[in-house]
Design a protein around this ligand. Structure first.
Ligand SMILES: [Zn+2]
Ligand SMILES: [Zn+2]
Length: 240
């Protein structure tokens, strides 16, 4: 049975050349987001299909301009496209460096990178730097300031009786007094509430199945409540 509310993708927001396009964000399937300014090209949560989606909108030269990848957490619907994206950049002879930001303890990214490096290090012409994030200090990349913040995302144990914490971040991107807050996957948490408030755009997951509040994802009602504190908001990661 399909959910009553399904989000239509892509979602686009653009203020004074501060541009974001959410190609998709579907739980257990894939996420894929690009953020650009006049000087910057970032990818956020490159899930499966990111390369196909980028290729529809951007030339290879524009794709080679990607300088930074931001990973909210290691679930496959957020990192499934990393391998193909890194390989494509190598095949297309990217020369400029690439940074991958991810939450401390995210084994998936470290494993993907390690395997990628083993296979391709001889032919790789661009430098990849893994940037583990273990605090919420802001940093600047060209014309964008990035503030990472811890969120509260959990996953079910094997037998389904317990949940355990997944290292997870949200990111707030600010460019010329405009801000985009992306919460990643998270249950209700104070950091997300605080960071979303007064953002120009908040991107809030509503990944809970049904209306019951839980500690894995937000319900649609919770996501709307947080989204409304921003100037504009998108609900994403709604189960289909
Ligand atoms: Zn997810
Ligand atoms: Zn997740």
């Amino acid at each position: 049975m399909k959910n009553k509310f399904t989000q239509k993708y892509p979602l686009v927001w653009n203020k004074k050349k501060f541009f974001i396009k959410i190609f998709c964000s579907i739980p257990n399937i894939a996420t894929g987001i690009i953020i650009t300014t006049e000087k910057s090209t970032f990818i956020v949560d490159p899930g499966d299909g990111i390369l196909r989606d980028l290729n529809k909108d951007y030339s290879p030269i524009e794709i080679l301009n990607i300088s930074d990848i931001f990973i909210s957490h290691g679930h496959h619907d957020h990192v499934g496209g990393v391998w193909s994206l890194l390989t494509y950049l190598s095949v297309m002879k990217k020369k400029t460096p690439l940074n991958i930001y991810y939450p401390k303890g995210c084994l998936e990214i470290e494993s993907i990178y390690k395997a990628f490096h083993e296979v391709y290090s001889d032919e790789l012409k661009y430098k990849i730097t893994l940037k583990e994030i273990s605090n919420s200090r802001s940093f600047k990349k060209k014309d964008v300031t990035i503030k990472p913040f811890k969120v509260n995302h959990r996953e079910l144990s094997e037998d389904g009786t317990n949940t355990f914490e997944v290292p997870s971040l949200g990111f707030k991107f600010t460019h010329e007094n405009k801000s985009i807050c992306y919460g990643g996957d998270t249950a209700y948490c104070k950091n997300l509430v605080d960071m979303s408030k007064d953002s120009d755009l908040a991107i809030i997951e509503a990944g809970a199945e049904g209306k019951e509040k839980n500690d894995l994802h937000l319900t649609i009602e919770q996501a709307i409540e947080i989204g409304k504190t921003a100037k504009e908001y998108f609900l994403v990661h709604v189960p289909e």
